[in-house]
Structures are given as structure tokens and as C-alpha cells.
Design a binder for this molecule. Sequence first.
Ligand SMILES: NC(=O)c1ccc[n+]([C@@H]2O[C@H](COP(=O)([O-])OP(=O)(O)OC[C@H]3O[C@@H](n4cnc5c(N)ncnc54)[C@H](OP(=O)(O)O)[C@@H]3O)[C@@H](O)[C@H]2O)c1
Length: 192
Amino acid sequence: MSVKASVFIATSLDGFIARPDGSIDWLNEANAVVPSGEDCGYAEFIKSVDVLVMGRNTFEMVLTFEAWPYEDKRVVVLSSKPLIIPAGLPSTVSASSESPDVLVERLSAEGTQRLYVDGGKTIQRFLAAGLIDDITITLIPVLLGQGRPLFGPIENDITLALMATRTFEFGFVQVKYRVARREYNIIKEVTP
Ligand SMILES: NC(=O)c1ccc[n+]([C@@H]2O[C@H](COP(=O)([O-])OP(=O)(O)OC[C@H]3O[C@@H](n4cnc5c(N)ncnc54)[C@H](OP(=O)(O)O)[C@@H]3O)[C@@H](O)[C@H]2O)c1
């Protein structure tokens, strides 16, 4: 399988991607002090992505934005329930209830090279399936105390290797990790 799956996300220092009700006002507030022209690498990252896979909760949050932010980028929204894609969205947006394995297999067969996986639960499912290759986290200097976590319970440790760090003078810290291959993590689990 040649498709590479990446996470590019912002969290509070205590590891939350949203408040318990899904709101990201704290992130918008933090972004308000970012100098114009600074996007912490997002434009370069999104340019490298063929398909964005997001969970239903993230999709619903994005629908509240003033405009659809992904232009004609292919987007797959995951939900176990029937999902209505609003008529105004590009035809490149589709819904799916496939498991991460099946979806990645299909997209790979269709020639996809790089996936952007977004949404906490969705990232957790892809990680559990051993399907995430790299994770870029922009740490926002705020503690929320509670909220929707980026990471959750896992059956086995997942080993990561640091690829890069960046610090921004306005207080953000960005860390990029490569996720060790699933085979490595499974072998590590059974090796004393
Ligand atoms: N800080 C950031 O940079 C950042 C980035 C992205 C999102 N967010 C925020 O994070 C929140 C969303 O994260 P979240 O953890 O709540 O959820 P999420 O991952 O966006 O969505 C979870 C939902 O996705 C569906 N889903 C995921 N994988 C599936 C699969 N393989 N098959 C079928 N359905 C699947 C399920 O929907 P059903 O229940 O319909 O089955 C599940 O309940 C939002 O508030 C968003 O604003 C923040």
C-alpha cells in the first residue's frame, strides 16, 4: 500500500482539539495573534495532500465556517449514519462508512498518494489500525482542562520518531513525528 496518511492538527497544551461541545473559539483566539502571512506550514502541507478524510463531527464544524475551505480538494467524510452533503459543496466531497483499512485500500487503488486524516476520533481509529505515517501537532499555549482529545486509549504502545520541531515567537510550538510502522509496533509488543 503506497498511500501515506498524515495528521496536521492544533491542540491545547493539555492535548485537546476542541472543547467538550466541539467549539474551537480558543484556537481562533490564538490564531488572531498570528502575524499575517504566517500559516505554520499549513498551505504547503495541504498542497501535498490528494484526499482529506474527516470525521462527521469535524465536517459539521467546517460547515459552520463562512466558506468551504478546501476548494476542489477531494474530501471523504466518515460516518456510520446516512450523511447529507449540502448541495452547495463541490462534487469532490463524498460520504463513506468504510473502515479505515478498506478506505485506504480503495483510495490507494485509485492512485491516492497522500491522505490528510482529520478529527480526533477519526485519527484515533486510523492510528489504531496502524494507518498513520506522520503527525504534525501545533501546540497552542492554553490549558482547557477538558475537551475532545486528540489521542485516546490504545491497545499497544505506538512508537514515534521526532522529525522536526519549530517554535514560533508568538508562542506556538510545532512538533512533527513519524509513526513507526504497524509491524514494528506489533513486533515490539510481543518481544520481551
Ligand atoms: N484543533 C484542531 O486543529 C481541530 C482539527 C479538526 C477538528 N477539530 C475539532 O474536533 C472536533 C471533532 O473531533 P471528534 O473527535 O469529535 O470527531 P471526528 O473524528 O471529527 O468525528 C467522529 C465521527 O466520525 C465518524 N467516523 C469516524 N471514523 C469512522 C469510520 N471509520 N466509519 C464510520 N464513521 C466514522 C463517526 O460518525 P458517526 O457518529 O456519524 O458514525 C464518529 O462519531 C470538532 O469540534 C472540530 O472542530 C479541531
